[in-house]
Design a protein around this ligand. Structure first.
Ligand code: GDP
Ligand code: MG
Length: 318
């Protein structure tokens, strides 16, 4: 099965929520607006039930109403695609009318150090392994820092991935200071001239104030070891957690401003719509999506591709 097919299957419940109101998705928007206004109302409920959120739903419906001449599904797909882009890019998309060159082509980090944060179990460590593989196959040299010193198994887990992928891992002492590991790793990266350093972090409950303080400290020491870094702070979010995950994300964003989000476990969720409020409320782009547990199961996020998978349109067969 291709990753797109896995994504499509993962999104099938979300698709069903939207489709169930349908039968009318092939109709012309003008026809729906003149003869079947209640289907717009049904669509509104379906989008909200799919976790798309109220504000985005309103904009989507406004876009759909303006799309006379298109069929409802195409109008809906375009409107959803727009909502999956942060404000600035949404404007660009509107202007360019979904031209392919408006799409994101590269997800290269701005600088050299990427701090990876998020609560326990969302997939941080696995995502770091996947990112390592992704950038190595694109010719970058990579290092990992095992900054989750809180859980005994976490350092070992990253260490195993490092060995498997051939990526050096800077380890700290179990129960030791994660900031010390981050400092050592950031210093090692500059002296070795490695292209990219991914810093794993602990993910104890976000309600514990000290996790947020610890993350700020990790950030500060990286900056001290390598001024200007970390250029990127990526939050890993588990799509399965839906609205809950979004609330967590906001807390992280308040304490350590994010530059991107990686959404994991999209191969098995009924909460595909949650990506819309993630982008909208955090205002940062989704960089990658996780679609499985293997190092290759990571894809740069492409809003159009995602919406096509959601509607099961044009998915190449593996
Ligand atoms: N199905 C699926 N499982 C994932 C994905 N990403 C991570 N996982 C699994 O989620 C679990 C927790 O991952 P881990 O990286 O240890 O999370 P961490 O606590 O945030 O570091 C592991 O069993 C991973 O294999 C994904 O995209 N899809
Ligand atoms: Mg971990």
């Amino acid at each position: 099965m291709s990753w797109l097919e896995r994504l499509r299957d993962g999104l099938s419940k979300t698709r069903k929520q939207i489709n169930d109101t349908a039968g009318f998705l092939g109709s012309d928007v003008r026809d729906v607006l003149t003869n079947r206004l209640d289907t717009i109302e049904d669509l509104e409920y379906a989008l909200i039930a799919a976790d798309v959120g109220r504000a985005a739903t309103e904009e989507i419906l406004a876009d759909v109403r303006r799309a006379e001449g298109k069929n409802l599904q195409d109008a809906l797909m375009d409107a959803l695609t727009l909502q999956l882009e942060p404000d600035a890019r949404r404007a660009e998309f509107r202007k360019l009318g979904f031209a392919p060159d408006a799409r994101r082509k590269t997800v290269d980090p701005q600088g050299h150090v990427v701090m990876v944060i998020g609560v326990n179990g969302v997939g941080k460590t696995t995502t770091i392994a996947k990112l390592g593989q992704y950038y190595m196959t694109r010719g970058k040299s990579v290092m990992f820092a095992a900054g989750d010193t809180f859980r005994a198994a976490a350092g070992a887990q990253l260490g195993e991935w490092g060995e498997r992928l051939g990526v050096p891992v800077i380890q700290g002492l179990e129960g030791g200071d994660p900031a010390a590991v981050a400092f050592d790793a950031a210093s090692a990266r500059t002296s070795r001239g490695t292209d990219l350093l991914f810093v794993d972090t602990a993910g104890r409950l976000h309600t514990k104030h000290n996790l947020m303080e610890e993350l700020k400290k990790v950030r500060r020491v990286i900056e001290k070891a390598d001024p200007g870094e970390p250029a990127e702070v990526w939050l890993v979010l588990d799509a399965v957690t839906g609205q809950n995950g979004l609330q967590q994300a906001k807390k992280f964003h308040e304490s350590t401003p994010l530059t991107g989000v990686v959404v994991t476990k999209l191969d098995g969720t009924s909460k595909g719509g949650i990506l819309v409020p993630i982008v909208r409320e955090l205002g940062v782009p989704i960089k990658f999506i996780g679609v499985g547990e293997q190092p290759g199961d990571l894809q740069p996020f492409d809003s159009q591709e995602f919406v096509r998978a959601l509607f099961d349109v044009n998915i190449p067969k593996s």
